[in-house]
Design a protein around this ligand. Structure first.
Ligand code: HGA
Length: 607
């Protein structure tokens, strides 16, 4: 979600700022802007919509200056118009912001009462006014920012520059990520290391409450108490190449196709082939003592948590509760002794999940995190980091991060089961064997791409689509519905197949496609009965199953998608592939913006 880049450079910076914004594009945004400081002036270009609009404006009216800040905005306060786009200029101050200033209303009222005029509907503009007010009270830029930061409630990453001090760039973070990049006589700030990759590999990650005073020659970081602190400068290892789609039409398609490789990569770090065991990174606590697990996540990652509940309860016999991160704190959950808190997040920055993690830590829970970005806030704050190795995920709709999270969740479930004495060595060997089959089974599933593409037009015409599944395939049904909603804008719902007759069956007629996810196995017959109840009422069924299941129940469907026969434990990883491909092809058929669907952001850094 939204991105910040700031450069104090030698020579013009507009092209490099634009390149940095392109690298942050994957996060989702709905307007963008850039401002440089030169010859004692601010010079700004902003544009609603895609970065191409800003690029066009810059081409028509180039932006000189060797220092500046730039921003992609995902609107939270005020429509995505040019006036609301960042950077915001007030007097001597220009500012970009990611996050939400929760107390902006009283601050705005206070400033308006003093006669200040606002030019946007954003919460952000109050910050620019507050800093400007400190300047007009005689404070120097650095003191002005230091005075303002404690007044801001909520979450923010900020970049601030000053007309009167062109060699000064101040960055600050609280609840939203920000990094400082160290160059050769140039320095930078950016939302992540990817944004800065072509500029520098030398990165310092700001900690919560930190702010950094950056000049071309020097960087000084202060903590939330305004004490000067050192933050380690690390080699980011981020590629300077612009992410490319290879031979694929969209990043989402590329990422769906990468799954056999990245899931294998992820599993490799959790499987010990010689011992035929599943292992976790070293940890300072004993999983044998875990008596309850609380899983917290949002969106697609939440469905990983739901599948994790099936696996952990079944294998380790430990009760698991699962919450949407945005609900977790507010329902005032009951924590019991020896509870393990687990967060799941691709970016490791999702604001709700991060807040939930902190709540668990403050409540004394030991925490683990299944996270894709190892340098993220969550990765740094959990007691036990369980990394996924999906590589950067650019498509806004999560695909490969989802299946890698499932792979890690399986490893966690098996480790808990072993620690609790619920799994024999033989049983674990068998699970290792099945987990090692996943990449090949996923490749097999990808082999059905053309058939799935051929089904897409039948789904694309629908107004509503239902997905059904039972057991761990129920969360898969939810995930299928979410994928379709996200990228094709078709209303879709996932249901536990047995729940159909308790309500949604009323929706069924021959205009509502029903996608049934039903590998053959212990739950198959029951799911098929539910499917047939719907067929009796005209439902147009697409059955996703294996050869055995299709032979048994594939009649009277509008299409079947055949998956390899796999062990129930790994079925969610394999069945994710057709579910993703179906959503993808429907979206392509409809001509939507697959990689950056409307209104969505990749890493949701506001609560
Ligand atoms: N709240 C601010 C910034 C939102 C954001 O993080 N954008 O990416 C606004 O609405 O402008």
């Amino acid at each position: 979600m939204c991105g910040i880049v700031g450069i104090l450079g030698h020579g013009p910076v507009a092209d490099r700022l634009l390149d940095g914004l392109k690298r942050l594009e994957y996060r989702g945004y709905d307007s963008s802007g850039m401002c440089t400081v030169h010859d004692g002036q601010f010079d700004r270009r902003r544009a609603p919509g895609k970065l191409a609009n800003l690029a066009r404006r810059l081409a028509e009216d180039p932006l000189p200056g060797d220092g500046g800040i730039a921003h992609t905005r995902w609107a939270t306060h005020g429509a995505p118009t040019e006036d609301n786009a960042h950077p915001h200029i007030v007097g001597d101050v220009v500012l970009v912001h990611n996050g939400i200033i929760e107390n902006f209303k009283p601050l705005r009222d206070e400033l308006i009462a003093e006669g200040r005029q606002f030019l946007s509907q954003t919460d952000t503009e109050v910050v620019a006014h507050l800093v400007d007010r400190e300047l007009s009270r005689g404070f120097k830029p650095k003191e002005a920012v230091a005075n303002v930061l404690p007044r801001l409630h909520g979450a923010f990453a900020l970049g601030v520059m000053f007309k009167s001090e062109p060699d000064l760039l101040i960055g600050a973070r609280l609840g939203a990520p920000l990094t400082v990049g160290y160059g050769d006589g140039e320095n930078f700030i950016g939302s992540d290391a990817l944004a800065l990759a072509p500029l520098t590999q030398r990165i310092a990650y700001l900690e919560e409450g930190d702010w950094a005073v950056v000049t071309r020659a020097h960087v000084q970081v202060y903590d939330k108490n305004n004490e000067a602190v050192e933050r380690p400068i690390v080699n980011s290892g981020a590629s300077g190449q612009l992410m490319d789609k290879g031979n694929h039409r969209h990043f989402m398609q590329k990422e769906i196709y990468e799954q056999p490789v990245v899931v294998a990569q992820t599993l490799r770090s959790y499987l010990r082939p010689l011992e035929e065991q599943v292992a976790l990174p070293d940890m300072e606590f004993d999983l044998a003592g875990v008596e309850r697990v609380a899983i917290v996540a949002c969106g697609t990652a939440y469905y990983v948590g739901m599948i994790g509940k099936y696996w952990i309860e079944q294998l380790a016999r430990i009760p698991v509760e699962i919450d949407f991160a945005s609900e977790f704190r507010y329902r005032d959950p009951v924590f019991t002794p020896n509870m393990l808190g687990v967060v799941i997040s691709q970016s490791g920055e999702t604001a709700d999940t991060l807040a939930a993690l902190r709540h668990m830590k403050e409540s004394g829970l030991t925490t683990g995190g299944i996270i894709n970005v190892p340098t993220s806030s969550m990765a740094r704050e959990v007691d036990l980091l369980l990394p996924t190795h999906a590589g950067p995920e650019i498509g806004v709709a999560s695909t490969k991060a989802f299946t890698c999270q499932l792979a890690v969740m399986a490893a966690l479930a098996v480790n808990l089961a072993r620690a609790k004495g619920k799994l024999t060595a033989e049983e674990e060997r068998e699970i290792v064997h099945h987990l090692r089959e996943v990449p090949e089974a996923m490749s097999h599933a990808l082999g059905h791409d053309a058939e799935i593409e051929a089904i897409a037009p039948k789904i694309a015409a629908a107004r509503d689509v239902l997905y059904l599944g039972r057991g761990p395939e129920y969360p898969m049904a939810l995930e299928g519905a979410l994928k379709l909603k996200e990228i094709s804008y078709i209303h879709a719902e996932g249901y536990a197949s047995g729940e159909m007759k308790h309500g949604p069956i009323a929706l069924i007629d021959d205009s509502v496609p029903l996608i049934v996810i039903a590998p053959s196995g212990p739950l198959f017959d029951k799911t098929v009965s539910n499917m047939q109840e719907a067929q009796a009422r005209g439902a147009q069924v697409v059955l996703i199953s294996d050869a055995e299941g299709i032979a048994q129940a594939g009649e009277n469907t509008i299409a079947t998608i055949e998956m390899p026969k796999v062990h129930p434990l790994i079925a969610p990883l394999v069945y994710a592939v057709p579910v993703q491909l179906l959503a993808y092809h429907v979206a392509v058929f409809k001509g939507t913006d697959v990689d950056q669907p409307r209104n969505l952001a990749k890493s949701v850094t506001v609560e």
